[in-house]
Design a protein around this ligand. Structure first.
Ligand code: NAD
Length: 398
């Protein structure tokens, strides 16, 4: 079955968000009011080596302990693009420490590790065999508090976790409403340390979430509103956050945008850009945000015919003066605006804009295309994702 294109109109949607969101600079150091409302009193803190070493995890820990709760351990082994074995060790650490909940501090990798570990920690069983895929979780998990340190993935509000499976060399998805964290703490101060290139690629990840949510076959009025606002915020603040990373205002706006884009795509889903990126991440180990940044204009071109009005609607949010333009021209101008953003990011921080500069070998392109066609994101793309057509775009992106 092919879902109807979002541009045709809509006769049903649902919107449900069971995550409480708090934005405040410094909130990661003191959220005692929130902790007081949870029944869990013992937490495992899950983070990556960077935050374990730079004192931020200690500050979060002190805040939790200052509120009278206990940190039973700090699991800081999370690598970028986390793996099944790491998730299993993390779940074991939560069980061994007698935790009643998890606090995740870090980018998408730390948050996704914590989300996936929370499944096994709460329910037992085998992560891959019992829970990979969609709607596999039978009941609520232990409380999870997510504290993002990148403005990119939106994982603090999404119902999914993406984990690399060493056995199959593929990225596995876990999708279930029970995976959404109970609490998302948006502290833009945490992103001040993110280097320019990482800021650029994670920001482009958020832009891709927003644009693909807006053109998804499952877009709805709520996701549209969040996606459009996110596109505008990212267009206005990403370059500034990359060039002047010490400016809290730009960091704040990017964190809000990333969060909005996360809610948008969690409800609307994503499309061909993500399908290509997931495949490229699994096969060639390109970071998710970088893959999205490289593929975004090509994916937009892929959908140009069926989603022109939608792209035209985004053009103004991307800074295009659309007065006097036909929808088709405005849609093409939206793609050009995305290309210009990438060119500016390449200029200021060296963000690659071709697969060949991101470690992908030409011999991998067909496998990437074949894997992308099978990816779940392809199902929600407004135009059918076929091997030949997607391979063409992947070759262009190479
Ligand atoms: P990441 O978590 O992999 O972090 C990348 C690197 O940046 C790490 O070395 C980390 O230590 C460092 N870092 C993070 N924050 C920092 C900071 N503030 N200062 C300095 N260094 C910092 O990066 P990411 O892009 O946030 O996450 C990528 C992962 O998220 C991928 O596995 C991707 O598949 C997944 N993802 C998940 C969802 C979801 O909804 N669950 C959505 C998109 C992406």
């Amino acid at each position: 079955m092919r879902l109807r294109s979002a541009s045709v109109g809509i006769d049903f949607y649902q919107f449900f968000l069971n995550t409480k969101i708090l934005f405040q600079p410094g909130i990661s150091r003191d959220f005692s009011n929130e902790l007081a409302q949870l029944t869990a009193r013992k937490f495992l803190l899950v983070t990556d080596p960077f935050f374990a070493e730079n004192g931020v995890a200690d500050a979060v820990r002190a805040g939790i302990e200052g509120a009278g709760a206990e940190v039973v351990g700090v699991f800081s082994e999370v690598p970028p693009n986390s793996e099944v074995e790491v998730v299993k060790r993390c779940a074991a650490a939560a069980t061994a420490g007698g935790a009643e909940g998890i606090v995740a501090l870090g980018g998408g990798s730390a948050m996704d590790t914590a989300k996936a570990a929370n499944i096994v920690f709460s329910l037992g069983g085998d992560l891959v065999a019992d829970y990979s895929g969609s709607q596999t979780i039978p009941r609520a998990l232990n409380p999870l508090i997510a504290i993002p340190t990148t403005a990119g993935t939106g994982s603090e509000v999404t119902s999914s976790a993406v984990i690399f499976d060493e056995a199959t060399q593929r990225k596995l998805s876990f999708n279930d409403a029970f995976l959404r964290p109970q609490l998302a703490l948006l502290d833009p101060e945490l992103t001040l340390s993110l280097p320019p290139k990482a800021t650029a690629m994670t920001g482009m990840d958020a832009l891709t979430h927003a644009i693909e949510a807006y053109t998804s076959a499952q877009a709805n009025p709520m996701s549209d509103a969040l996606a459009m606002k996110a596109v505008k915020l990212i267009r206005t603040h990403l370059l500034q956050a990359v060039e002047r990373g010490e400016e809290l205002e730009a960091r704040s706006q990017m964190m809000i945008a990333s969060n909005m884009a996360g809610i948008a795509f969690d409800h609307a889903m994503v499309g061909v850009v993500h399908a290509m990126s997931h495949a490229t991440g699994g096969i060639a180990h390109v970071p998710h945000g970088l893959a999205n940044s490289i593929y975004l204009p090509y994916g937009m071109e892929y959908n140009l015919e069926v989603a022109a009005e939608r792209y035209a609607g985004l053009a103004r949010r991307l800074g295009v003066d659309t007065s006097g333009m036909s929808p088709a021209d405005a849609a093409r101008a939206a793609v050009t605006a995305v290309r210009e953003m990438r060119a500016a990011l390449k200029r200021v921080c060296g963000l690659p804009d071709r697969l060949r500069d991101a470690g992908v070998a030409e011999g991998q392109l067909e496998e990437i295309a074949a894997t992308a066609v099978e990816d779940g994101a392809s199902f929600f793309n407004p135009r059918e994702v076929t091997f030949d057509e997607v391979l063409k775009k992947i070759r262009e992106a190479y």
